[in-house]
Write a protein that binds this ligand. Structure first.
Ligand code: SDX
Length: 386
């Protein structure tokens, strides 16, 4: 071994550094299970393929928070609490009204969600009951933040939340200024079900790490929103739509994809740290995208998507993830691309808060190590000598 003061460690010597914590099991959880080889996703015991089309987003919230599907009475009670908590505190509305209309919707969601704590008497109360109340409030209010900012930046009147209807129904009403049809509500509700929970993804890890210091749930969700915003994570759905919109009608899609791959550019909406086959959520979104794009006369979006899918499979053996077809689904619903990640967030807040409860109940401070590869004990020189 050479002198420790001058030795610089070669990280190749230390294979135990799992960059990106790849393959590291950091927690146990009852919230979800993913089999990346089989393409299987379980939410608290129930397969996503059984949950899709059979339960509402609110039932999934209840399932993730309580680890059982609700009875009708329990669901009615949760719906009542969600509806009762939709209205935003006036200072938060004032912020939304006054902030920069060009700001990123995810940035506004992050800021406004953090602000909610200032007007919540429970903010620094850490009982299970208070934490549940805060989870319900954020699940109810995040859709209102997203819709209010969008209306404001479009120069339209901010809609007050409805005192009835599902989360999906109220969100589309507040976003578009008119009550949605049954199909639109069902589509949005299914998207919220599909995006609710997904094991130890980067934003959920962020939420648990913040919880592990015994910080509050608003801080945990604010951090998770920041993590989800990145294009390698939840930001990918917006990036997928921007990629599709940059194509013109007679583009050679194969050439487009091959060119990007040749330049070592990532094709957004493809690949996954865990799935090594088709993401089961993408299977449902693919079918939704096909029907919706046809319905609105934008079949080309779906056809291009299928060509990209085939090229990626043929050239890289990489499958689409949840973000690829969700872009076409939301675009076909007339939703602006830069809102897609906020829709991901308003669903995933259910999973994030469920993981906060789980961490809080059986906590250990999240504090990994880092291999120091710098110099040690260097002599200090006076600034005049540097
Ligand atoms: C989500 O974790 C979760 O569960 C997240 C999520 C959830 O529900 O919470 O599922 C939601 O975030 C889905 C992922 C959305 N992100 C994207 O679509 C961005 C594009 N995808 C990639 O950046 C990538 O696939 C990741 C980040 C998703 C996963 O990356 P990994 O596990 O770190 O894999 P990697 O980058 O090391 O890639 C391995 C190989 C590389 O090739 P080589 O250098 O070995 O030749 O696969 C290639 C990569 O270049 N590759 C891609 C690719 N993804 C991986 N090549 C082109 N396009 C891609 N999208």
């Amino acid at each position: 071994m050479s002198n420790a003061n001058t030795q610089t460690f070669d990280t190749e010597q230390y294979p135990f550094i799992n960059k990106g914590l790849e393959g590291i099991v950091a927690f146990s959880t009852n919230k979800s299970f993913i089999d990346g080889q089989k393409g299987e996703l379980i939410y608290a015991g129930y397969n996503i393929n059984d949950l899709a089309h059979n339960v509402s987003f609110e039932e999934v919230c209840y399932l993730l928070w309580h680890e059982k599907l609700p009875t009708q009475a329990e669901l009615d009670e949760l719906n009542k609490e969600l509806v009762a908590n939709r209205a935003l505190p006036q200072p938060v509305l004032d912020y939304i009204e006054s902030t920069n209309s060009e700001a990123s919707p995810m940035s506004v969601l992050r800021t406004a969600t953090s602000m909610l704590a200032d007007f919540d008497d429970d903010a620094e109360v850490y009982t299970d009951e208070a934490n549940m109340r805060k989870a319900i409030k954020m699940t109810a209010q995040m859709p209102a933040i997203i819709a209010a900012f969008h209306r404001k930046r479009e120069g339209k009147e901010i809609m007050a939340p409805l005192s009835e209807g599902s989360t999906a129904y109220n969100f589309l009403y507040m976003l578009n200024g008119e009550k949605p049809g049954e199909q639109a509500e069902k589509t949005m509700d299914l998207c919220l079900v599909l995006h609710a929970e997904h094991g130890m993804n980067a934003s959920t890890f962020t939420a648990r790490a913040i919880c592990s210091t015994m910080s509050d749930i608003y801080s945990a969700i604010t951090g998770a929103i920041g993590s989800l915003k990145g294009p390698l994570h939840g930001g990918a759905n917006t990036a997928v739509m921007n990629m599709l919109l940059e194509l013109d009608k007679d583009a050679d899609i194969n050439e487009f994809v091959s060119g990007k791959l040749a330049r070592k550019e990532k094709i957004m909406g493809f690949g996954h740290r865990v799935y090594k086959t088709m993401d089961p959520r993408a299977v449902h979104l693919r079918s939704m995208a096909k029907g919706l794009a046809k319905e609105v006369g934008m079949e080309y979006l779906y056809e291009w998507s299928e060509t990209i899918l085939k090229t990626m499979k043929d050239e890289k053996n990489i499958d689409p993830n949840v973000d690829f077809f969700s872009a076409t689904v939301y675009y076909s619903m007339g939703i602006k691309p830069d809102l897609y990640t906020t829709i991901f967030a308003m669903s995933r807040v259910s999973g994030w808060t469920a993981h906060y409860f789980e961490q809080f109940a059986n906590n250990r401070l999240v504090r990994p190590r880092a291999l120091y590869v710098g110099e040690k004990n260097l002599p200090i020189s006076q600034i005049s000598d540097r």
